[in-house]
Write a protein that binds this ligand. Sequence first.
Ligand SMILES: [Zn+2]
Length: 218
Amino acid sequence: VLEENHPISVLLTVPDVRAAVEHYTRVLGFELDQTFPPGSDWRWASVSLDRQTVMLGAPDLLAERCPEPAMGEIALDPRSARPGAGVTIYVQVPDVDGHHRRVAGAGGAVLHDPSTEFYGIRVFHARDPFGYTLAFYSPAEIARCESCGGTLPDESADGASFCERCVDDDGNLRPFDRVLEAVVESDYVSLLKMDRSRARRLAEERLRRQPAWSQVAH
Ligand SMILES: [Zn+2]
């Protein structure tokens, strides 16, 4: 029976992601798979042991980035003594919207409608009667801006290729430097609290990989 089942994933809120990764890899036998953001100031990481994943997230990052505001409250209050505080259990389902209807229809405590997230899943959160939070998700195709690589909103999937910040009022692509400045400011300095020179370097590398800029010399 075990061999036929897929493992579930758990997200643990930890005060120090780097220290947690060090413990999980050196002491507990896990391997480091992914970290976020780029650079050495990790605020999220994923480790695995025999294909079973544990995610480790810093409270402030979870509070800012999670699709459900209450997640932030959970993350920021890991000592609340409420069962499940600081823990999210990720369960993959074949059809997340169908599963949402089923859970909501059965009277489940659904925390938000399914939303498509930039990291490639469509997800909703529900809480069991004891306080544990489950994130039901399906892998999702993400439409991306061809200029900045950011997520395009669901409703623009019908052909728009640039996001709002990358175009002017007439819908034309802004100059490279304008786009770069916007990305540095919103995605790195304000969201990730990154210093401006490093932010500029990472943002520039990222823009050069996008279809709109990869052929252009700067
Ligand atoms: Zn864009």
